[in-house]
Design a binder for this molecule. Sequence first.
Ligand code: HEM
Ligand SMILES: *[C@@H]1O[C@H](CO)[C@@H](O)[C@H](O)[C@H]1NC(C)=O
Ligand SMILES: *[C@@H]1O[C@H](CO)[C@@H](O)[C@H](O)[C@H]1NC(C)=O
Ligand SMILES: *[C@@H]1O[C@H](CO)[C@@H](O)[C@H](O)[C@H]1NC(C)=O
Ligand SMILES: *[C@@H]1O[C@H](CO)[C@@H](O)[C@H](O)[C@H]1NC(C)=O
Ligand SMILES: *[C@@H]1O[C@H](CO)[C@@H](O)[C@H](O)[C@H]1NC(C)=O
Ligand SMILES: *[C@@H]1O[C@H](CO)[C@@H](O)[C@H](O)[C@H]1NC(C)=O
Ligand SMILES: *[C@@H]1O[C@H](CO)[C@@H](O)[C@H](O)[C@H]1NC(C)=O
Ligand SMILES: *[C@@H]1O[C@H](CO)[C@@H](O)[C@H](O)[C@H]1NC(C)=O
Ligand SMILES: *[C@@H]1O[C@H](CO)[C@@H](O)[C@H](O)[C@H]1NC(C)=O
Length: 358
Amino acid sequence: MSMRCFLGMATLLAELLPAASRLDVGFYKKTCPSAETIVQQTVAAAFSNNSGVAPAMIRMHFHDCFVRGCDGSVLIDTTPNNTAEKDAVPNNPSLRFFDVVDRAKASLEARCPGVVSCADILAFAARDSVALTGGNSYQVPAGRRDGRVSSGTDNSTRDLPPPFFNATQLANSFAAKNLTVEDMVVLSGAHTLGVSHCSSFAGVGNSLADRLYNFSGSPDGIDPALSKAYAFLLKSICPSNSSQFFPNTTTFMDLITPTNFDNNYYVGVTNNLGLFKSDAALLTNATMKALVDSFVRSKGRWKAKFAKSMVKMGNIQVLTGTQGEIRRNCRVINPLSATAKHHESAGSSSEFTVVAAS
Ligand code: HEM
Ligand SMILES: *[C@@H]1O[C@H](CO)[C@@H](O)[C@H](O)[C@H]1NC(C)=O
Ligand SMILES: *[C@@H]1O[C@H](CO)[C@@H](O)[C@H](O)[C@H]1NC(C)=O
Ligand SMILES: *[C@@H]1O[C@H](CO)[C@@H](O)[C@H](O)[C@H]1NC(C)=O
Ligand SMILES: *[C@@H]1O[C@H](CO)[C@@H](O)[C@H](O)[C@H]1NC(C)=O
Ligand SMILES: *[C@@H]1O[C@H](CO)[C@@H](O)[C@H](O)[C@H]1NC(C)=O
Ligand SMILES: *[C@@H]1O[C@H](CO)[C@@H](O)[C@H](O)[C@H]1NC(C)=O
Ligand SMILES: *[C@@H]1O[C@H](CO)[C@@H](O)[C@H](O)[C@H]1NC(C)=O
Ligand SMILES: *[C@@H]1O[C@H](CO)[C@@H](O)[C@H](O)[C@H]1NC(C)=O
Ligand SMILES: *[C@@H]1O[C@H](CO)[C@@H](O)[C@H](O)[C@H]1NC(C)=O
């Protein structure tokens, strides 16, 4: 076999191999041995101050991965020239605790400058958040590189499923990322933690999202798939027009144990306490409902599957090798000159401005 043919086959093979093989557990073992510990300690410290940090990190990783792949693009700040992903409707104002990522990055830059990507920080922080709240810890394959594009105005954030999606739409949304119906039902269980703004289920003027006041075809305006008692509780938390006048009001998504990583999300969904249409939708499809039922029966089964699906999600369209860059400040794309210089000699980092995070 000629060299050219061999190389051609190697390239073909590399393309055919599943994305999963391109990241490695322990990727920073030699280049930054304390990387995962630094992220864990930063997240744990922030979590002990505010338990909302855990759901925030888990969702941030999801929203990073579904838009342009897990490339840290969700962390980029808007500039006068560019409205970034984080300022698109699905992310603003709901994504929170970007400062925790900044603190982890600042510590990592102090210890091993220019080595650990922001995309990997998100993957580690999500895993640490699952473990801190009672889920199973798991090994995170790493080696993601950071993207240089983040747009809140092109259609890339449309890849995020909105809360009014039905079962078919949810399945399609995850299938577009090579995730199965089972992954979708398993990962939806993350709604066992965290909060939602009123606009996600009672949006005024958004008849698609409104489950409380103007649900299409319902005489009392309430989505019949929602428990009446819960609907009245939600109305007291989110009065009509609240998203207009109290845009920051939030409510827990898992009524039963809002800060524990347990299977009570599925128990709630089964009892018509799923907060979003997308939660309730899991009961409308036989395959999905069977999965929900099985996770109600076995918390352990769900926790194990959650770890696996998170690793799968963390592989979506990753940049590796020399693709992208290792951002110095997770909020800012590296200056072009720095990128060029970096490719020339990885050793000379003196010209980079290491921006201390706020
Ligand atoms: C299946 C489709 C999904 C839909 C439609 C959906 C939708 C939403 C919405 C609308 C919120 C509330 C945002 C707000 O108004 O504040 C939310 C919160 C949340 N979502 Fe999802 N989500 C989905 C899947 C996922 C997945 C796959 C994960 C992670 C693996 C996830 C993790 C979370 C977490 C942890 C929160 C709480 C965030 C916080 O407290 O800061 N969701 N989701
Ligand atoms: C602790 O949490 C409060 C609000 O929840 C926040 O204002 C403060 O900055 C946090 N402190 C640290 C060290 O994270
Ligand atoms: C932003 O836009 C201005 C005017 O169009 C341009 O001069 C400037 O170079 C741009 N900055 C970046 C960072 O692209
Ligand atoms: C975004 O636009 C591109 C190019 O027009 C198209 O291929 C892609 O399917 C669109 N994505 C969504 C989510 O609409
Ligand atoms: C889900 O929504 C799509 C798009 O609106 C619609 O075509 C489809 O019939 C709906 N499916 C179900 C099961 O409701
Ligand atoms: C459940 O949803 C999946 C994915 O959209 C679909 O293939 C399947 O036909 C649905 N099952 C039923 C019983 O509707
Ligand atoms: C899904 O898998 C196919 C086939 O391996 C691949 O071409 C495609 O890029 C993948 N899509 C995503 C979003 O990872
Ligand atoms: C209620 O929803 C319908 C569409 O289903 C819409 O035409 C109407 O404007 C909505 N009313 C209010 C008060 O939002
Ligand atoms: C909600 O706002 C609309 C206009 O956006 C107004 O017509 C309506 O009276 C308001 N409803 C309440 C209960 O304040
Ligand atoms: C909601 O929160 C944002 C961001 O913290 C803040 O700028 C805004 O003033 C708040 N709005 C209200 C009505 O409290």
